[in-house]
Ligand binder design. Structure first.
Ligand SMILES: [Zn+2]
Length: 407
């Protein structure tokens, strides 16, 4: 997460095994959400462990995604999800799945310490190999041994989402980290996550911590719709961390996180085919990514139909030469090819764009934006399609304005 130029992580989902195995050489690590780890314990464990036992395996960590339990998860008309119950059972705190929103006072030190203890045991016990290991090892087609399976790179301490340092949840979150760290002892390294509801809370949050490295989650930082002022605030927060010699890894990030590497961001993670931002109240819902095409010219997902139209207008500008696409019609990509293409694009973006200075990034984004508008406006297509396509790059001006603002 922190040791290379910019670490590229993927979120693990059960439908992504194929993509992760095939692309394990071009990524740096995998984040397994705790609910997935708890719910599909054998399958996920077998897969992750057999992957970790390979030579030059990507690292992995388990994200507790604890803000899930900062809200009501059951009600008269609502049945709790099995994965939420299973994680609460694993943490031996079934009261976590409750009918009303909890308050910070519901989490006293004793309770936090109990959860932290179970969480650390789960992380450190993750290498207890079961029968599934062999099944996945065979699937990987390599000779790998159970004793080579690795524990998570860091133990991510459970955390709460807070609106800022004055929010009582912030103090509880800090305490959660300290208690988890105590439970970890010297067996592994414990990683703190700073989870804040908005980018304006970042500077104070950064100033109040003393850790050398943190995971960062700015709630719902949707790169395509966030306005330039908030995007600039996000960049300033990361720059402040970097100035205080704090290494920061973004738990959710798309192309904008690659730009943020220029102010010190050390890496980011994204779901395969989606999941480049996350709203904490939506943690309870999750599922596989829709079939969409990641447009390298726009740095965003578009429908396959739009991707096809753009490709027909200008194959060179809108096509992709990655190992999945080879310049072909985007409609020809099947689901897994779409997913692999998206990961390859991000890897390319990381290696290409990180060479530029911030002013060069801004100039390149302006150039891409202008070329897009000009190309689509002069295309010989129906006005209706033109209007729709012209709305696709609206985020690009926000991005270059944010970059220009912090200069
Ligand atoms: Zn491609």
């Amino acid at each position: 997460m922190f040791d290379r130029g910019f670490s590229h992580y993927l979120t693990y989902g059960a439908t992504d095994q194929h993509t992760i195995v095939e692309l394990s050489q071009i990524i740096d690590g995998v984040i397994v959400p705790a609910t997935v780890a708890a719910f599909q314990k054998d399958g996920t464990g077998g897969f992750v462990l057999s992957l970790s036992a390979r030579e030059s395996a990507p690292d992995y960590v388990i994200d507790p995604r604890f803000p899930l339990y900062q809200q009501a998860l059951r009600g008269s008309e609502r049945k709790p999800k099995k994965s939420h119950l299973m994680l609460s059972e694993l943490l031996e705190d079934e009261g976590l799945v409750q009918a009303s929103d909890p308050s910070p006072n519901d989490f006293d030190d004793k309770r936090l310490a109990g959860i932290a203890k179970k969480w650390v045991e789960f992380n450190l016990g993750y290498t207890e190999v079961d029968a599934k290991f062999q099944k996945y090892a065979e699937r990987l087609g390599e000779r790998i041994l159970p004793q080579d399976a690795k524990t998570p790179k860091y133990i991510i301490a459970p955390y709460f989402m807070a609106s800022g340092v004055e929010d009582p949840w912030w103090e509880r979150s800090q305490r959660f980290f300290e208690l988890t760290k105590e439970a970890v002892g010297s067996d592994s390294e414990c990683l703190r996550v700073v989870a804040v509801k908005s980018a304006d809370a970042l500077p104070d949050a950064i100033e109040s911590i003393s850790e050398e490295r943190i995971g960062l989650w700015v709630n719902d930082l949707h790169e395509l719709t966030t306005d330039p002022a908030d995007l600039a605030g996000y960049l300033r927060g990361i720059r402040a961390a970097s100035a205080s010699e704090i290494s920061v890894f973004a738990l959710y990030g798309g192309f904008f996180s690659v730009i943020a590497s220029k102010v010190g961001l050390n890496g980011s993670c994204h779901g395969i085919g989606f999941g480049e931002h996350r709203k904490w109240v939506e943690l309870p819902s999750s599922g596989p990514a829709p079939a969409r095409y990641y447009s390298p010219a726009l740095h965003r997902y578009v429908s396959q139909e739009d991707a096809y139209q753009l490709w027909r207008i200008d194959e060179e500008f809108f096509g992709c030469q990655c190992a999945e696409c080879k310049g072909q019609n985007p409609l020809r990509l099947d689901y897994h090819e779409l997913m692999k293409h998206s990961v390859r694009c991000r890897a390319e973006e990381i290696s290409n764009w990180r060479q530029f200075r911030l002013d060069e990034i801004s100039a390149k984004l302006k150039e891409q934006y202008a070329r897009f508008i000009e190309t689509v406006e002069s295309a010989n297509i129906a006005e209706r399609d033109k209007d729709r396509l012209l709305r696709l790059p609206r985020h690009l001006p926000n991005w270059f304005r944010a970059v220009d603002e912090i200069g």
